[in-house]
Design a protein around this ligand. Sequence first.
Ligand SMILES: Cc1ncc(COP(=O)(O)O)c(C=O)c1O
Length: 345
Amino acid sequence: MQTQREKSKLDWQNLPFGYIKTDYNIRYFYKDGKWSEGELSTEETIPIHIAAPGLHYGQQAFEGLKVFETVDGRIVAFRPDENAKRMQRSCERIFIPEVPVDMFIEAVDRVVAANARFVPPFGTGASLYVRPVIYGAGARVGLGPADEYVFIVFVTPVGPYYKGGFKPVKALVVEQYDRAAPNGVGDCKVGGNYAAGLRGGEYAKKKGFPIPLYLDPKEKKYVDEFGTSNFIAIKGNTYLTPESNSILPSITNKSLMDIASLLGMNVEKRPIAIDEVEHFDEVGAVGTAAVITPVCSIHYRDKVFKFCDEEKAGPVITKLYEYLTKLQTGEIKDTFGWLHEITVK
Ligand SMILES: Cc1ncc(COP(=O)(O)O)c(C=O)c1O
């Protein structure tokens, strides 16, 4: 019999950022005001009531985080407590009962341990992506929060998000579609934001730009964020990122701000006018999936702001990328206490 430590036979070097079946997911059910004990399941599908508010009214939230094998063979999740807290904020906004932080982390620990053979080996650049999702279940036809909820965590091994790895991409400022409303749910990880962003993303892609950049939905004057990642910029010795209530508070961005400070940089979080962007030295799109995608140019109306060569990222973004990716795999000491070790029997 195979032990959990024996790896699955996957082509680790060439994994897509896509779904690969693993052995288990974990499920918790909320009924009569309480969460059940989590159950590991081998089923990939879920029965859902045809009148579930998660289906009709988008009463749903999700998260995304990664698990790595470190250089010394440990299995670690990167800041799962931050994802737990962010999911609590998303849930609070859309009337989903809170998942306690301990329950969220227990779910991650159990589902990762049960699928340990799918954690990509150290050195492959791949990781185990963890996707928690929560939705309003049971039957309700009139608009209102559900009485029952389901919280599921599944995992899937993934390669780098952008094919070609750490390579600069061009971004297009998309003004004809917004992903979020001024006092809406742009700062929550809820599915509706992503459905709203599909059209803008497709519009950018058709014009030859892998990622869209959105401006603030109220005045269209300030930078908000890329389709699925935060905006960061480097100017001299300063790390800049927008302050806005319609962007998702990225855990990668939060971590990079701390790393930038540690490396002696100034960190500024403030509204960034789109007109200021042409003065930046380097720009990056940051998030769990890609860590940092260097942005070589931003196309805004009839203007093109250039930051780096199409083949090579700028030096500061490269340094930040290396620091964070090496910290995640234990090659740089985790002085922040961000790695959460998962015990596998
Ligand atoms: C809209 C959006 N912004 C930013 C991010 C980056 O957040 P994080 O670094 O927590 O993955 C994501 C998700 O990954 C996102 O979907």
